[in-house]
Design a protein around this ligand. Structure first.
Ligand code: FAD
Ligand code: NAD
Length: 396
């Protein structure tokens, strides 16, 4: 009989780890596996706040896909998916078509702007290598412009919308970078303003209040002004407006107010909530048992019936079970049930500062920063072994 075809869409956390597990588990000629991704590199999304602020080189947050996978076992196709057609079991790429017997959707998230006017057009997003390179260059450019037009204080006003983990991690890096840019461009640091606007009654809603307090104090000491409990409600090319009517003049808005699933998921006709699909206990789409969904495009419910937040940790754990289930489907053996086990959360606040809960313990400061490094290195090890840890892990 014909060899089953597995197509994996997206080489993010979910997709790349699924591919690596399949390449290990599958026997020769048991299945044809194709991995499709927009770029020929995988990006380490969890590092993107650093190249965005310019505290790290974007090069360090990307890894060539062909260095990770074994081309004898997995076909890699560099292309953009434009449509998923579940009824025809086909995926349409910008430059071709793929047929599948089993599909894995790991296309990741997109920024959620909740229809707030002007955000899509004028804000920046921490999303990909391309988007963070733009943020980094844009920030530097504002310093250069200010030297030519020193009355334009708005050039040196930076607004981050949303104080979730992405916003907080980025702010930590930005606050570290500003003094260096001031030196480089001979700018008085007093001219620079960094605002973090959060609609919820607290930064990092839902996280441990003592650690949130600590994080805010660290960031305030680095010069960040928080506007908490106030929603950003409009963005124009040179300002933002808050729910209380205040207008802040700025040329730089970084929006970290939320993520949604990939639009292609809804366009395919699957039942989705903001681009995310509630999967069954085996990580398949109910009613489409040949389609698996992973990472930010999937929803897994916790015991209280609420969706778990979309994280890399979640995507990696799903990949293990998903790869097992694909192999089991092909071999007609039994599928595994997915159950998420949180290993904790650690977030950086810039150099040598972090907060987190790991192994049931609260961490802050240097010990949390150390834990963050260990988590980062562990991921590099999972996808690329020791060689990748040595190439991309920072030991500064
Ligand atoms: P992604 O990793 O986003 O990958 C999606 C892939 O699909 C990408 O390679 C993309 O190029 C590709 N793609 C998209 N559209 C197409 C298309 N049309 N055609 C072809 N390819 C396409 N989570 C944690 O657990 N811990 C952290 O410390 C953490 N830190 C974070 C820090 C930042 C700054 C950010 C932004 C997020 C962080 N997260 C963290 C969240 C985590 O990054 C995401 O949950 C995770 O990346 C989701 O993985 P994924 O596989 O679903 O998608
Ligand atoms: P998020 O949804 O977690 O946070 C968005 C924040 O923006 C929320 O606090 C929300 O109240 C706020 N917001 C929404 N609308 C607003 C408005 N109009 N004005 C002002 N504020 C508004 O998004 P995120 O921070 O990008 O995180 C996405 C996922 O990635 C989460 O699951 C998160 O846990 C994960 N992540 C984890 C880490 C880590 O573990 N270190 C780091 C980054 C992201």
């Amino acid at each position: 009989s014909r060899i089953p075809r597995i197509v994996i869409l997206g080489a993010g956390y979910g997709g790349i780890v699924t591919a690596l597990r399949l390449q290990k588990e599958l026997n020769y000629n048991e299945a044809d596996v194709t991995l499709v991704n927009k770029h020929d590199y995988h990006y380490i999304t969890t590092h993107l706040h650093m190249p965005a602020a310019g505290t790290d080189d974007p090069q360090n947050a990307r890894v060539s896909i062909l260095k990770l996978i074994d081309e004898f076992k997995i076909d890699f196709v560099k292309s953009t998916v434009v449509q998923i057609r579940p009824n025809d079991k086909k995926v349409i790429l910008e430059d071709g078509t793929l047929s599948y017997d089993y599909l894995v959707i790991g296309l990741g998230g997109e920024p959620e702007t909740f229809g707030i006017p002007g955000l899509k057009e004028h804000a920046h997003f921490i999303r990909s290598i391309n988007s963070v390179r733009l943020i980094r260059e844009h920030i530097e450019y504002q310093f250069a412009r200010f030297k030519k037009e020193p009355h334009r204080k708005d050039y040196l006003t930076f607004v981050v919308g949303g104080a979730g983990f992405t916003g907080i991690e980025f702010i930590g890096e930005l606050a570290d970078r500003i003094p260096k840019l001031c030196k480089e461009f001979d700018v008085d640091p007093n001219h620079v303003k960094i605002y973090n606007v959060e609609a919820a009654p607290t930064a990092l809603p839902g996280f441990d209040p003592e650690l949130v307090q600590y994080a805010m104090e660290v960031l305030q000491k680095k010069g960040v002004t928080f506007k908490i409990g106030i929603a950003l409600k409009e963005c124009t090319p040179d300002s933002i407006t808050l729910a209380d009517g205040e207008e802040i003049k700025t040329q730089t808005v970084i929006w970290t107010g939320g993520v949604r699933g990939n639009r292609l998921v809804e366009e395919a006709g699957f039942e989705a909530m903001r681009g995310r699909i509630k999967v069954d206990e085996y990580l398949r789409i109910p009613g489409h048992e040949d389609v698996y969904v992973i990472g930010d495009c999937s929803i897994v419910m916790n015991e209280e019936g609420r969706p778990y937040p979309p994280t890399a940790q979640m995507a990696i754990q799903q990949a293990d079970v998903l790869a097992h289930n694909l192999v089991a489907s092909i071999r007609n053996s039994s599928l595994k049930t997915f159950k998420y086990e949180s290993k904790g959360t650690v977030a950086s606040l810039g150099k040598n500062e972090a907060i987190g809960i790991a192994m049931g313990r609260k961490l802050k400061g240097g010990s949390a920063a150390m834990m963050k490094k260990i988590i980062d290195l562990r991921y590099l090890y999972i996808i690329g072994g020791i060689p990748l840890v040595l190439r991309k892990g920072y030991f500064n």
